[in-house]
Design a protein. Structure first.
Length: 309
């Protein structure tokens, strides 16, 4: 499908009246091609002198556009899958040898190069799946850069796009798979990380609230403790263990379930368990000295004794 093209032959004159017509010099961006009676073609560039009437003997003249124009066309081409590719070519084109245009009567420049470009596309795209259009475009560009331009033309590649036809469902699936891969890659480090990284992940997806993670963690700990207790109970109730073995197993499971205090913190743990302030374990019950008096100085004799007056 041709989308952008142009006709390089701007004007043509021929016939008997040409003998009585004075040739005009071509303007910038054009060239005049004179066809002689013997078939020879002469090119008169912009600014060059033109032959007069005495230099007759020519039977036709052609004014050719030598400026740069854009060409765009689309080539349907097979893929390795049951879908077709649409290969869009975009070129910049200018005529560097006007005689070629006249001799081959090129009046549609995109059509003039279409078949050669279609051959390149159809030799490349069948090697690629419908989701590999970008790779196919890169290979087509590589082929074109190494190819010789058509004779008489300056043809430069502007771009090549390779897209799948009628594959919207496939593209939607491709996008979904890409999002899934991105999400999976983003979470892989979290899955391999520490508890703190997992906690940070839960807080990030829950607006800073850690309760969801802490709940899961607590439920996992409770489930693990229940399994351990069930195993111990089954072992103790089996009747196959000695008293010493039963004691050792019970102690080990309790040691796992009850966190051991860190060295140097036994006082803190003791205070926390008794619900008292640090360093005030003995405030709740006065100490009685050898005389039977309270150290609190309340003058009360304990165990039947009275304070000395």
């Amino acid at each position: 499908m041709i989308q952008e093209t142009y006709n390089p032959i701007l004007h043509q004159r021929s016939g008997v009246l040409l003998r009585f017509t004075t040739l005009r010099a071509p303007q910038r961006g054009t060239a005049l091609v004179v066809e002689h009676r013997d078939g020879r073609l002469d090119v008169i560039a912009a600014g060059a002198p033109v032959p007069g009437r005495r230099g007759g003997g020519h039977r036709a003249t052609y004014l050719v556009d030598t400026t740069t124009h854009g060409l765009t066309f689309v080539v349907p081409s097979r893929s390795a899958d049951p879908w077709m590719f649409s290969v869009t070519f975009r070129f910049s084109c200018s005529v560097i040898d006007p005689t070629v245009v006249v001799r081959e009567e090129r009046r549609d420049m995109a059509a003039a190069v279409y078949e050669s470009m279609a051959t390149v596309a159809r030799s490349v795209t069948p090697k690629f799946g419908v989701l590999d259009g970008d790779r196919a475009a890169i290979e087509i560009l590589d082929v074109l850069r190494g190819a010789r331009p058509p004779h008489g033309l300056d043809l430069s590649v502007v771009g090549v796009d390779v897209a799948a036809e009628n594959a919207e469902d496939l593209r939607t699936t491709q996008r979904n798979l890409l999002l899934e891969r991105i999400n999976r890659e983003a979470r892989r480090d979290v899955a391999k990380g520490s508890r703190d990284e997992m906690l940070a992940h839960y807080m990030a997806i829950n607006n800073g609230d850690p309760s969801a993670f802490l709940k899961l963690e607590r439920e996992a700990q409770e489930a693990d403790a229940k399994i351990n207790l069930d195993l111990v109970r089954a072992a103790l109730e089996s009747g196959k263990l000695s008293a010493g073995e039963s004691t050792r197993i019970s102690k080990r499971i309790l040691d796992r379930m009850v966190q051991t205090p860190h060295p140097g913190r036994s006082g803190q743990l003791r205070d926390r368990l008794r619900g008292t302030a640090p360093g005030a374990l003995d405030v709740g019950r006065p100490v009685i000295d050898a005389t039977g008096l309270s150290e609190a100085g309340d003058g009360v004799r304990r165990h039947g004794s009275e304070a000395d007056e």
